[in-house]
Design a protein around this ligand. Structure first.
Ligand code: ADP
Ligand code: MG
Length: 677
């Protein structure tokens, strides 16, 4: 940023300290003052020594009149200082800090904060913080406590931030917005967030800085949206009587009747597709609510215009499944369907290359690889959480500017949507296809594991139930994938003994595509009863006959993930069951799993998840590629609404080019940050 001093310019700061700051990503004074405290200590009561009382937490300032070192035993020494002011004197006892004997010279003025304790008839001060001279930074006030990382102490951080606050950034919010929302000015907000003069001021500072954070994010996505509106799709869709008839007859010939919600969202999408500016819509719908067929309709409209559609799925298994589903859905049409993954290339039309198909299904490789498509009118992105911004950029690099539909079963709470996905339009399916039953969900105590196995055996025997058994989630890196594969294999062997009278299959991420395909299709055909699997089945897998899912180490999954897993069953009209196993007996964990067992509705779960996790970690932000907010709280709907109003005001009344500081600040919040890689 212009005119902001770099961290190298900090006076009286060792090279090692500077290096440590840089390692934290703190490169200049602005970064530094944006390193926020996570709590505070109140040392603002300043007392004369003669007036001290037992139990008080105070700051005193006085002169060192005596000092001594007392060795208690080999690893324990006491440094005792006698501090005096005009009203009296008091002992201050430090433990194991002999360097203080040199630092605190005789007759020197020092300020010390801490708790007053009584030893026999004498009072002494148990020091928490001190500084040479009168109170200034570390004592005599509410002091900030920072997360200590890379061996940087809270005290060093505090000292450097105190200094950097002398060089605050220039105000970037328009005055009208500050006034209208009764915000602190920015300089004050930074001062108060670090060195609050009162709790009220601290709250005001938090409000202002949260406002800033939300404002920049929302403004940035609004600007993206404005720009998108000005764009023109490279393949414009036309709509006429003939197309209308074909669409209608396609809908009439579906194997089921569309739900009202499916019709509603299809209409929204349909209207977008008729426009010349590109669609950027996010279709949300709980697991099993029937998003695929809506996407298929959009693809059909694209086909009727003579354009191709790309249909991206997050995993090969899912791409494969979509290929089968769409092949069936389009069986009575001329639509050619292709499948391209890193391992397979095929079409439902013999002897043709998949890249000339009308609907090309694949993993992300579809657009990132060299594949060139000339005629793409529509791109569908299924079950992704990056919501298209990046993909749009990639497509544009290829000279494509198609309509874009992203789909997700992870419901996004309104506040999150407003804040983080302002550039998108939303469509939501809330209704489930008719006849679906609620999935009965139970948390199973350790002691009930065997009973549960027995019950499942009975269900397989009597009701021909099919069962998923999901092995624990083990985090992502490649080595870890191997670990989870190993765990799955071991569990598979173990379960073969327990369920010896049944047939079991094993599915994990490291299998060859052909193997995976075979397993999935065998399971679909009920060639075996139990599928033991790693969490690869999490997303989208559709085995209508499966009615039981058992999740091991359920506590390792986020609520949204558990919900996805649970959605693997309950996909037909039979009663389905979800069992959560956990060896962990921590009360919070059990409460969370019991909460999950109670709530069946995805959007309600997302809200609960947001509350449980707090602002920084929206349903596993890292996993889903959502930025972590530094200070704003996504549960603060009031503030989010205020900011939305301010952003709208700005967009309508102001020009960004007239606000140099704001423009600079926006750069820090480039939309890429929101969508992460
Ligand atoms: P998701 O929204 O999770 O992607 P799918 O599109 O996979 O859900 O649909 C789940 C199942 O529901 C599929 O087997 C699909 O054929 C079926 N389905 C979709 N729409 C309807 C409907 N209107 N009536 C009955 N079944 C439907
Ligand atoms: Mg799906």
């Amino acid at each position: 940023m212009d005119g902001i001093k770099t961290i190298n310019e900090l006076p009286k700061t060792s090279a090692t300290t500077i290096k440590k700051f840089k390692k934290l990503g703190i490169n200049n004074y602005f970064d530094l003052i944006n390193y926020f405290p996570f709590r505070y200590e109140n040392y603002s009561i300043i007392s004369k020594i003669g007036l001290l009382q037992e139990g008080e937490i105070v700051t005193i300032t006085g002169k060192i009149i005596d000092k001594k070192n007392q060795i208690i035993r080999s690893r324990l020494s006491l440094q005792i200082f006698l501090l005096a002011d005009e009203t009296g004197q008091i002992e201050i006892n430090f433990y194991n800090q002999p360097y203080l004997l040199n630092l605190f010279k005789k007759d020197q003025i020092v300020s010390v904060a801490g708790k007053i304790e009584r030893y026999g008839r004498k009072l002494s001060l148990k020091p928490q913080e001190f500084e040479i001279g009168e109170s200034k930074i570390h004592t005599g006030r509410i002091i900030p406590i920072y997360p200590e990382k890379n061996g940087l102490s809270s005290k060093i951080i505090r000292e450097k931030i105190y200094y950097a606050l002398n060089y605050p950034p220039d105000e970037f919010l328009p005055q009208e917005i500050i006034k209208y929302n009764q915000l602190l000015d920015e300089i004050n907000a930074y001062k108060q967030i670090h060195f609050p003069s009162s709790k009220t001021q601290l709250l005001k500072a938090k409000e202002r800085l949260s406002f800033d954070e939300l404002f920049l994010i929302q403004l940035s996505s609004s600007l993206v949206k404005e720009n998108w509106k000005k764009e023109v799709v490279s393949k414009k869709f036309i709509f006429n009587k003939e197309i209308d008839n074909k669409l209608k007859s396609f809908i009439d010939n579906l194997p089921f009747k569309l739900t009202n919600d499916q019709k509603k969202v299809w209409n929204e999408i349909f209207n977008d597709l008729k426009k010349s500016s590109p669609m950027n819509r996010l279709l949300q719908g709980d697991v099993g609510s029937g998003k695929t067929v809506v996407a298929a309709l959009a693809c059909y409209f694209s086909f009727l215009n003579g354009y191709q559609s790309l249909f991206m799925a997050p995993t090969e298994i899912l791409a494969q499944q979509h290929y089968q589903t769409l092949t069936k859905l389009f069986a009575n049409t001329d639509v050619k369907i292709g499948l391209i993954t890193s391992n397979i290339k095929e079409t439902n039309y013999k002897n043709q290359k998949p890249n000339i198909a009308d609907i090309i299904i694949g993993t992300h490789a579809l657009i990132s690889k060299k594949n060139n498509y000339q005629n793409v009118g529509l791109v569908i992105i299924d079950e992704q959480h990056r919501f298209g911004v990046k993909q749009r950029a990639e497509l544009k690099n290829k000279g494509l500017n198609p309509h874009l539909l992203t789909m997700t079963a992870t419901p996004i709470p309104r506040t999150v949507a407003l804040t983080l996905y302002g550039e998108l339009d939303f469509s939501t399916i809330t209704q489930m296809p008719k006849g679906r039953l609620e999935i009965k969900t139970f948390f199973i105590k350790k002691s009930k594991r065997d009973d549960c196995y027995q019950w499942i055996k009975k269900q397989i025997k009597e009701n021909k139930a099919q069962v998923f058994i999901v092995c624990p989630l083990i985090e992502e890196s490649n080595a870890e994938t191997m670990k989870s594969v190993k765990a799955a294999k071991k569990e598979y062997e173990n379960l073969q003994k327990i369920f010896s009278e049944f047939k079991l299959g094993l599915l994990h991420g490291k299998m060859k595509t052909k193997e995976k395909e075979q397993i999935m299709s065998d399971f679909k055909d009920h060639k075996f009863d139990i599928l033991v699997t790693t969490p690869v089945v999490e997303v989208g897998v559709d085995i209508p006959g499966a009615t039981i899912i058992l999740i091991e180490a359920a506590e390792r999954f986020g609520l949204a993930q558990l919900h996805q897993l649970r959605g693997r069953v309950g996909r037909n009209n039979k009663q389905s069951y979800c069992f959560l196993f956990s060896e962990n007996e921590n009360k919070n964990i059990i409460d969370r799993l019991n909460l999950f067992a109670k709530i069946k509705n995805g959007s309600q779960l997302a809200l609960e998840d947001l509350k449980l996790r707090g602002p920084g970690d929206i349903y596993g932000t890292k996993q889903h590629g959502i930025i972590e907010l530094k200070i704003a709280n996504l549960n603060d709907y009031q503030l989010i609404k205020k900011v939305k109003k301010a952003v709208e005001y700005f967009i309508i009344n102001k020009k960004i080019d007239d606000y140099k500081n704001l423009k600079q600040r926006l750069k820090n919040y480039e939309i890429e940050k929101i969508t992460n890689d």
